[in-house]
Design a protein around this ligand. Structure first.
Ligand code: HAM
Length: 439
C-alpha cells in the first residue's frame, strides 16, 4: 500500500517484527519489551526505582542545565514557542530528573534517591548509523550523596546492564574533571596553549577555541590530535579533594572487578559535570562508539535554581546502540510470544463459538487468536501456521453437533478429536509438556 507520508528522517517505527532500514536493524516491539524488563530487573537489584518525567520541558531548564555553549543546546534542540512559553523536546533526562527531584522535594524522603528511567529523547543531529533524531535512553541517577561509593554504584549498575545482555566486550574510560574552579582554570590554560596554533585548526575547532576549548579534546583530526600531545592536561589542574575522590572511585571499581582505562582527555559533551566522568564504548558501533556515558554533577541543582548544592551522579545509555551492539554480536532475544491456540472456525455458528471459546482461553492466561476474515479452512490453517500457533482448534458444523473439536498440534502435525468440555485442560497440559521439552 502506498502512503503520502513517511516517518521523519532519524526517527523510526518499532514494529512487531524487526526490520532493516537504512542499513540499521530496527528491533521488534517484543525485543524492546524484553530489554526493558531486563533493565528494570537489573536496576531494581541496586534498589533503584523508576521515574517518568514529561517529554516536554521548559527550554530554559535544558539550556541552563546542560550549558548554553554545548552542541546540544546551541545546535541540536527541538525547541519551540507557544504563547509566552518556550518548550523543548528533552534531549536527555538528567536535568529533568533533577528538576523533578527539586520540585517534589524528594530530598525529604530520607536517604539518597536512586532513580532509573527509560524513554525517548530528541536531538537534531545529522542522522547516521547509531545517531538518530528520536532515540531512547535508559539510565539512572543517584541523587543526594557525595560519596564515591555512589559513583562506583552507578558504574557497577551500568556494567551489570551490559553483562545481563552478554555484552562483555566493552571499554570503560574514566576521568575526573575536578571541582567548579578546576575546569575554568584548565580551559584558559588550554586556550592559551592553542591560541598560537589557531590558524592550523579546523573551522569547528577554531570556533570551539573561542566558545568551549575543552571540546577540542574530542577531535578526531590527526593533525589536531598531534598538536594536543603537547597541551596542558586537565589532571594537573584538579583540586586536592577531587583527586582524593577519584582515587577512592578507582579503588572501589578495582574491588568490584571493573576494568577501566584512565583518559585525561575525556571531557563529555554536557557542561554539568564535576569530578567523575566516564564513557563506555563498544568496538562494534563504528563512528558512534559510545554505548553510554555519565558522571558526577554536583553543581547542576544550583544551576537550575536550587539554593543548596545537591550532590548527584548517574549514567545514561542509548537503547538503539545497545541493539546495534547486540546485532553485531549476533545476540538474540526471547522470541515474541506466539499464539497458543488459533481457532479455525467454519460457518457462522462456529465463528460465534470460537469468539466465545477464544475469550475463555484468554481468561485462563493463554494466547488465543481467531480468524477475522471468514476465510476458507485452508486459508485459516495457513494463517495459524504463519502465526506460529502451537495448536489449531478446528470447528465446523459437524464438530458443533458432536460437541468435539479437532485439535491439531502444529509442531508434531498430529490431529485428534477432543470434547469441548476437555479442550482447555488438554491443550494446557500439552502446551506445558511442549514448553518443558523446549527448555
Ligand atoms: P550523553 O553522552 O549525551 O549523556 O548520552 C548518553 C548516551 O545516549 C550516549 O552514550 C548514546 O549511547 C546515546 N545517544 C546520545 N545521543 C544519541 C543520538 N542522537 N542517537 C542515538 N543515541 C544517542 C547524557 O545524556 C547524560 N544525561 C548522561 C548522564 C546521566 N550523566 C549523568 N547522568
Amino acid at each position: 500500500m502506498k502512503t503520502a507520508f513517511q516517518s521523519i528522517k532519524g526517527t523510526f517505527d518499532i514494529l512487531p517484527d524487526k526490520y532493516v532500514a537504512e542499513g540499521t536493524t530496527i528491533f521488534g516491539s517484543s525485543d524492546w519489551c524484553f530489554v526493558e524488563s531486563k533493565l528494570r530487573e537489573t536496576f531494581q537489584r541496586f534498589g533503584m526505582k523508576e521515574i517518568r518525567t514529561p517529554i516536554l520541558e521548559p527550554t530554559e531548564l535544558i539550556a541552563r542545565g546542560i550549558g548554553q555553549l554545548t552542541d546540544i543546546v546551541s545546535k541540536e534542540m527541538f525547541a519551540f514557542e507557544r504563547g509566552d512559553t518556550n518548550y523543548v523536546l528533552r534531549p536527555e533526562i538528567t536535568a529533568p530528573v533533577m528538576r523533578a527531584y527539586l520540585e517534589h522535594h524528594l530530598d525529604q524522603k530520607g536517604g539518597p534517591q536512586r532513580l532509573f528511567y527509560i524513554g525517548p529523547c530528541f536531538r537534531a543531529e545529522r542522522p547516521q548509523k547509531g545517531r538518530y533524531r528520536q532515540f531512547h535512553q535508559f539510565g539512572c541517577e543517584v541523587i543526594g550523596s557525595p560519596d564515591p561509593r555512589a559513583d562506583a554504584e552507578v558504574i557497577a549498575a551500568m556494567m551489570a546492564v551490559y553483562r545481563s545482555f552478554g555484552l562483555a566486550d566493552t571499554r570503560l574510560r574514566l576521568n575526573t574533571l575536578g571541582d567548579a574552579e578546576s575546569r575554568p582554570r584548565y580551559r584558559e590554560a588550554l586556550r592559551a596553549y592553542l591560541e598560537p596554533y589557531a590558524g592550523e585548526l579546523s573551522e569547528v575547532s577554531r570556533q570551539r577555541l573561542r566558545t568551549n576549548p575543552l571540546r577540542i579534546l574530542d577531535t578526531k583530526d590527526e593533525k589536531e590530535r598531534r598538536l594536543l600531545e603537547g597541551a596542558p592536561v586537565l589532571t594537573d589542574f584538579i583540586d586536592h579533594e577531587s583527586r582524593r575522590h577519584y582515587e577512592q572511585v578507582k579503588m572501589l571499581l578495582g574491588d568490584l572487578g571493573v576494568t577501566f582505562e584512565e583518559d585525561p582527555y575525556l571531557v563529555r559533551g554536557l557542561d554539568y559535570y564535576t569530578r567523575t566522568a566516564f564513557e563506555l564504548e563498544s568496538p562494534d558501533l563504528g563512528a558512534q562508539s559510545a554505548l553510554a556515558g555519565g558522571g558526577r554533577y554536583d553543581l547542576l541543582a544550583k544551576e537550575i535554581g536550587s539554593e543548596e548544592e545537591v550532590p548527584a551522579v548517574g549514567f545514561a545509555a542509548g537503547m538503539e546502540r545497545l541493539f546495534l551492539a547486540m546485532a553485531a554480536q549476533d545476540k538474540s532475544f526471547s522470541a515474541s510470544p506466539n499464539p497458543d491456540v488459533f481457532f479455525v472456525a467454519l460457518g457462522e455458528e462456529a465463528e460465534r463459538w470460537a469468539v466465545k471459546m477464544a475469550n475463555a482461553f484468554r481468561n485462563e492466561g493463554l494466547i488465543a487468536v481467531i480468524d477475522l476474515k471468514g476465510r476458507s479452512m485452508k486459508a485459516q490453517m495457513r494463517e495459524a501456521n504463519r502465526q506460529n500457533a502451537r495448536f489449531a482448534v478446528i470447528v465446523g458444523q459437524d464438530e458443533l453437533a458432536a460437541g468435539e473439536a479437532q485439535v491439531k498440534n502444529m509442531q508434531a502435525g498430529e490431529q485428534k478429536n477432543v470434547p469441548f468440555s476437555d479442550l482447555l485442560r488438554t491443550i494446557r497440559a500439552e502446551r506445558e509438556a511442549m514448553i518443558a521439552s523446549e527448555n
